[in-house]
Design a protein around this ligand. Structure first.
Ligand code: A3P
Length: 351
């Protein structure tokens, strides 16, 4: 008989156990639900905050995205933007995008220094080498160009520098075909010093080239200036700028004063960061003057904790040029410089 009464007793115990487990399960699920709801509202709150903080990382980031936003300070911009992108359902992993800004010139103006200084900024992602896309490799197509760019988060500014863009006639239209609202930066320097710097580089690569004077003038210093000689032609800034202004409004072009970039790098960098809509993060704290080199160097360049100066080919001694040649070149450039000051809306003081 006992063997007939035991099974119902076991079944009762079993069902009691099941009931207890079920109740515990329901309580756990309920607690989990409450916890999850809490977290979600916390994330949304954080995202809203970061959205505000990210605003001035780049003014046109928001214009491009058609979002009306207030102006605000972007401390910790990129991280904040990563959160913002997440809350809006966008992919917040870094991706390769077309540049938002280009350093288009000029060769020997100080373009490498500018790029290296900008790379200190956490909201700038810049290609280290010169891609020469719009002047030499245009046939490779835009997807090739994009594949060259460093990966960037939403809101980070992607940049590259190719100084030859400024003087290549077909470049402005090509750049505009890619982007109408791209920002353009030109580092300019006294065209005579720039030409001598350019020639010094030519001599260093090709020893035995004729003298500066014999290349700059058609009949030695007594003859007329050979404005087609590349080191002199590049210095006709007004002519090159004219072509860019046919495709871009002046507000989209910023001029960096090459001489001031050497004497007051923090001041010039402040203006560049304003132009790019970046918080002024690169300041005088980042620079020190290296007496041996005679140029400002970086206290802590990108990805390093050691001070760093630009390489030997930047800031080197120039070839000596006859004072008479310099005087004639000063005369030659005078009207071009004045026209350039007018177009740029700024007196660079080279005359
Ligand atoms: P020089 O070597 O003739 O002095 P780019 O990078 O466009 O080729 O320009 C090179 C020039 O950048 C150098 O020309 C130098 O004058 C200038 N320059 C500006 N800031 C510099 C810096 N911090 N260190 C070295 N060169 C700098």
């Amino acid at each position: 008989m006992a063997s007939f009464q035991n099974p119902p007793l076991d079944i009762r115990r079993l069902s009691q156990k099941l009931l207890v487990m079920l109740s515990v399960g329901i309580v756990c699920m309920y607690l989990f639900y409450i916890f999850a709801a809490c977290c979600k509202s916390e994330v949304t709150k954080n995202s809203d905050l970061s959205y505000d903080r990210s605003v001035s990382v780049t003014g046109w980031y928001h214009e491009r995205n058609g979002t009306a936003l207030r102006d605000a300070s972007p401390s910790g911009g990129s991280a904040a933007l990563a959160l913002e992108a997440n809350s809006s359902g966008k992919d917040w992993t870094a991706s390769r995008r077309f540049p938002h800004a280009l350093i288009i010139g000029v060769k020997k103006g100080g373009t490498r220094a500018l790029l290296e200084f900008l790379r200190l900024h956490p909201d700038v992602r810049a290609l280290g080498s010169e891609p020469h896309f719009f002047d030499r490799h245009y046939a490779r197509g835009l997807s090739w160009y994009r594949s060259m760019m460093p990966k960037a988060l939403d809101g980070q500014i992607v940049m590259e520098k190719t100084p030859r863009y400024f003087v290549t006639p077909e470049t402005p239209a090509r750049v505009r075909a890619m982007s109408q609202d791209i920002k353009l930066i030109v580092v300019v320097r006294d065209p005579i010093t720039r030409a001598i710097s350019d020639y010094t580089q030519i001599v260093s690569k090709t020893p035995g080239v004729p003298s500066f004077e014999s290349l700059a003038f058609k009949n030695g210093t007594a003859g007329s200036v050979d404005a087609l000689w590349s080191p002199l032609h590049i210095g006709l800034y007004a002519r090159h700028l004219e072509r860019w202004l046919a495709h871009f409004p002046p507000a989209q072009i910023h001029f960096v004063h090459g001489e001031r970039l050497v004497h007051d790098p923090a001041g010039e960098m402040g203006r560049v960061q304003d132009f790019l809509g970046l918080q002024r993060i690169v300041t005088d704290k980042h620079f020190y003057f290296n007496k041996t080199k005679g140029f400002p160097c970086l206290k802590k360049p990108e990805g390093s904790s050691k001070p760093h100066c630009l390489g030997k080919t930047k800031g080197r001694l120039h070839v000596r040029v006859q004072p008479e040649a310099v005087r004639k070149l000063r005369e030659f450039y005078y009207p071009h410089n004045l026209r350039f000051y007018q177009m740029a809306g700024m007196d660079f003081g080279w005359q």
